[in-house]
Design a protein around this ligand. Structure first.
Ligand code: ASP
Ligand code: MG
Length: 406
């Protein structure tokens, strides 16, 4: 017998038929003697619709009422799934965030879970009743409804699993697991049986949008085992686990990419103490997230070039911010280029092995792809290249690290 939290995303509960199908999946776990709690998202498209309603009321709105409106999508699916389970003869009861309660901070629209009072759910799970919990919602310190930010029901599920001491948190979605690279581009990409929390975090933050990043962070913090699997097929998915659980660690587990990058170059910046601070200070004050940075040593003179990346949507603000402090920074020219992509090889195996970066550089050189910026962390090597080479780079690297399936 195991204790499992199952989470079903918007497409999995997208219509009545699908909710009935979900009920069958839940029943199967119950029939095996497992203790089950279920977390549901709103039906696909519902939350967008609710967000639009709020926007149509007026451009500036009260975030407390935004939450009161957008949290309702999950209320509908929790009730419907409880009914579908009852139809199958499974004892089930729906729960809203405030009824448990799932205590959050008071940051409406983007609240963080602080504490979950699990006593009642725990008691009912032991009697075999399935608790169907509305994801995405919580209760503020002022006893008002909060929501956790878009995609937040993954976080609800992981937090509940951790609080309930679940053996596993199964995230059912419309993909069947985590792949070695984007299967739409790399046809030889393989589904991974297991991936570590850290690798999953890197993949997620790079646009492999299978799981909300915050949910993975929470799972890592609590050592909560989780699995990503399809609600439309009966196949094992990908387990997200602690490094110790992975016996044969590949050198590289995945190749990820992000097109949402732009390169900013400041030409002939004065090479003297305090310059970097005078550039990145104003950007951080403007809440602009700077990622990769390279600075050259000035060749004998007193000026150097500095290159860094920002999200594509921030190019205009970045340029404005830097132009406003041009007198202080004293650069000669500012250039921006949004036709770049960041490609990363990710793997905890590189902690203990040399030559991972070199293999990447060699594979790209072999295809005549120029590397513009490089950055590394303990488990990741990233390069910035021209966007037109995205596909070629992903496929070549996938082959170079021996990741190709049949
Ligand atoms: N329904 C919410 C959203 O679309 C939460 C979720 O699905 O995770 O953002
Ligand atoms: Mg989601």
């Amino acid at each position: 017998m195991a204790r499992i939290v199952q989470k079903f995303g918007g497409t999995s509960v997208g219509d009545i038929e699908r909710i009935k199908n979900v009920a069958k999946k839940v029943k199967r776990e119950v029939d095996q003697g497992n203790e089950i709690a279920v977390v549901v998202s709103a039906m696909s498209g519902e939350t967008n619709k609710l967000v639009d309603y709020v926007g149509e009321m007026g451009a500036i709105y009260d975030a407390r009422e935004y939450d009161a409106v957008v949290a309702t999508g999950e209320q509908v699916t929790s009730g419907l799934l409880a009914l579908a389970l009852q139809e199958l003869g499974v004892a089930a009861r729906s729960w809203q965030g405030w009824q448990i309660p799932i205590r959050t901070d008071g940051v409406h629209g983007k609240a963080r879970i602080e504490r979950i009072e699990t006593d009642e759910i725990d008691r009912r799970m032991k009697t075999g009743e399935v608790s169907v919990i509305a994801g995405f919602q919580g209760l503020s310190p002022e006893n008002r409804m909060t929501t956790l930010g878009r995609g937040g029901s993954d976080t609800s599920a992981v937090a509940l699993a951790a609080a309930l001491g679940a053996d596993r948190c199964d995230i059912y979605t419309d993909v069947d697991g985590v792949y070695t690279s984007d299967p739409r581009i790399v046809t030889k990409a393989r589904k991974l049986d297991k991936i570590t929390y850290e690798e999953m975090l890197e993949m997620a933050s790079l646009g492999a949008k299978v799981l909300q990043t915050r949910a993975v962070e929470m799972a890592m913090k609590h050592g909560q085992r989780m699995q990503v699997l399809s609600s439309f097929e009966d196949l094992p998915g990908t387990l997200v686990v602690d490094e110790e659980e992975i016996v044969e660690q590949e050198l590289v587990s995945g190749i990820a990419y992000s097109r949402d990058e732009a390169k900013i170059t400041l030409l002939r910046v004065r090479d003297k103490p305090g310059v970097a601070a005078s550039i990145f200070g104003p950007l951080s004050d403007a809440n602009i997230n700077v990622d990769m940075i390279v600075q050259n040593v000035s060749a004998g003179g007193n000026a150097t070039d500095l290159t860094f990346t920002v999200p594509e949507a921030e190019v205009k603000r970045t340029v404005q911010t830097l132009e406003a402090v041009r007198d202080v920074i004293e650069y000669e020219e500012l250039r921006s280029d949004a036709d770049v992509v960041k490609v990363s090889v990710i793997g905890v195996g590189m902690r203990s092995h040399a030559g991972v970066a070199q293999r990447m550089f060699a594979a790209l050189a072999d295809k005549g792809i120029n590397i513009q910026v490089i950055s590394t962390s303990e488990i990741k090597v990233s390069v910035l290249i021209a966007e037109e080479y995205t596909e070629l780079a992903l496929r070549s690297l996938h082959t170079a690290y021996g990741l190709d399936g049949d």
